[in-house]
Write a protein that binds this ligand. Structure first.
Ligand code: ATP
Ligand code: MG
Length: 316
C-alpha cells in the first residue's frame, strides 16, 4: 500500500556526504623507521570523535591479576599475545594460568598441550565451577598452566541461557585459584557471546591487540561500547590495561593507523608495536612460544619488551 512517506524520494547518492578515514596509499615507503616515535609525526586529515577506554585499577592484594585479551575483530593476534605474554611472564618466575575460552582451542596447541588427552576444559569450569582446580594442565613452559578450550564450548551459550547468574560463572569458578597465581590471562573468541561476557566479568583489566590495518578504529569503537555496558551492569572495576599494536610493518597505512590509535589513546598503547614476523606464526606448529622457538627474532624481542612494560603496569 503506497503511503505518503514512500513518495518522499531518498537523496541522490551523489548528495550523500563522503567520509574517508585514512587515505589509502598503495606505495610502501621502505625508508620509514619502525619506531612509534616517528609514527606520531604522521599527520591526519581530521580528528576522531572521543572514544572511551577507561584505564584499569590496581590488583587487590594477595591474588592474581585477571586479564582478558579481547578484540571482537578476528585474526588480530589475540591468541598469539596470550601465548607469548603468558610464557614470558612465567619465564620470569611468576605463576601464570591461561584460560582459553575460544572453541578453536589454539592456546593448547601453541603451548604444547594435546587437547585430545584433556579431560576437563573451560566448558567444565563454567558449568561445574567445583572442577576448577582439576581442570588445569601443565604446559611446555614451567610455571605456566592452562585450562583448555575446545569444540565443547560450541553450544555452551545455549545451555547457559537456562542458568541463574550466568554471566558470573567464570568469576565464581576462579575464586579458589586466584591466590595460587600472579596472573590469569583469558583468551577470547572473535565474538561477543556469553562466554566472553563471563571473561569480562571475571577480569580486572583487558588487553586489546589491534592490527594496524584499515578498520582498526572501528573495532576499538565496538569494544569501547562493550566495556561501557559491562562496567555499568556487571563489573564496575573493569578497565583497559593496554592496547597492543600487532602485525605491524613499515607500510604507510600501518603507520597511519598506528598514529590514529596513539592519537586517541596515548597512555594506553603499550610500546613497542609488535612487528609482523613469520617466526611468531611458525612457533605454534612446534607447540612452543616464541621465547623457546626463536627469542632473538623481531617478534621474540617485541613480546619480551611488551611483557616488561605489562609487568610494570600490573605491579608484578
Ligand atoms: N606479529 C605477527 N607476525 C606474523 N604473524 C602473526 C603475528 N601475530 C599473529 N600472527 C599470525 O596471524 C594469525 C592470527 O593470529 P591469532 O590467531 O593470534 O589471532 P586471533 O585474534 O587470536 O584470531 P581469532 O580472532 O581467530 O581468535 C595466526 O596465523 C598467527 O600465527
Ligand atoms: Mg584466537
Amino acid at each position: 500500500m503506497g503511503s505518503k512517506d514512500s513518495d518522499q524520494s531518498l537523496p541522490e547518492v551523489g548528495e550523500a556526504p563522503l567520509i574517508i578515514d585514512v587515505e589509502f596509499l598503495e606505495e610502501e615507503d621502505e625508508t620509514l623507521a619502525q619506531s612509534l616515535d616517528s609514527i606520531e609525526e604522521v599527520s591526519f586529515s581530521r580528528p576522531r570523535s572521543a572514544m572511551e577506554l577507561p584505564p584499569s585499577l590496581p590488583t587487590p592484594q594477595g591474588r592474581a591479576r585477571v586479564v582478558t585479551v579481547i578484540n571482537q575483530k578476528g585474526g588480530v593476534g589475540k591468541t598469539t599475545t596470550v601465548i607469548n605474554i603468558a610464557a614470558q611472564i612465567a619465564l620470569r618466575g611468576f605463576r601464570v594460568l591461561v584460560i582459553d575460552s575460544d572453541s578453536q582451542g589454539n592456546c593448547a596447541t601453541g603451548l604444547g598441550v594435546d587437547k585430545s588427552k584433556v579431560k576437563n576444559t573451560t566448558r567444565d569450569l563454567i558449568l561445574s565451577p567445583e572442577t576448577a582446580v582439576d581442570s588445569r594442565h601443565a604446559t611446555a613452559v614451567e610455571n605456566l598452566h592452562i585450562i583448555v578450550g575446545d569444540r565443547s564450548l560450541i553450544g555452551l551459550e545455549q545451555e547457559m541461557m537456562r542458568q541463574l547468574g550466568r554471566e558470573k560463572r567464570m568469576k565464581e569458578a576462579l575464586q579458589p585459584l586466584l591466590a595460587h597465581y600472579d596472573l590469569v590471562l583469558i583468551d577470547t573468541p572473535p565474538s561477543l557471546g556469553l562466554v566472553t561476557i563471563n571473561a569480562l566479568v571475571a577480569s580486572d583489566g583487558v588487553l586489546v591487540p589491534v592490527q594496524t590495518e584499515y578498520f582498526a578504529l572501528e573495532g576499538l569503537a565496538l569494544l569501547s561500547g562493550t566495556i561501557r555496558e559491562v562496567r555499568s551492569l556487571l563489573n564496575e572495576r573493569l578497565g583497559v590495561d593496554g592496547v597492543l599494536l600487532t602485525m605491524h610493518s613499515q607500510t604507510l597505512l600501518n603507520k597511519q593507523v598506528a598514529g590514529e590509535v596513539l592519537e586517541n589513546f596515548p597512555d594506553l598503547v603499550v610500546r613497542p608495536a609488535i612487528r609482523r614476523n613469520v617466526r611468531l606464526a611458525e612457533a605454534p606448529s612446534h607447540g612452543i612460544p616464541i621465547h623457546l622457538h626463536d627469542p632473538s627474532s623481531p617478534g621474540g624481542k617485541d613480546y619480551q619488551d611488551i611483557a616488561t612494560e605489562l609487568q610494570h603496569r600490573w605491579s608484578l
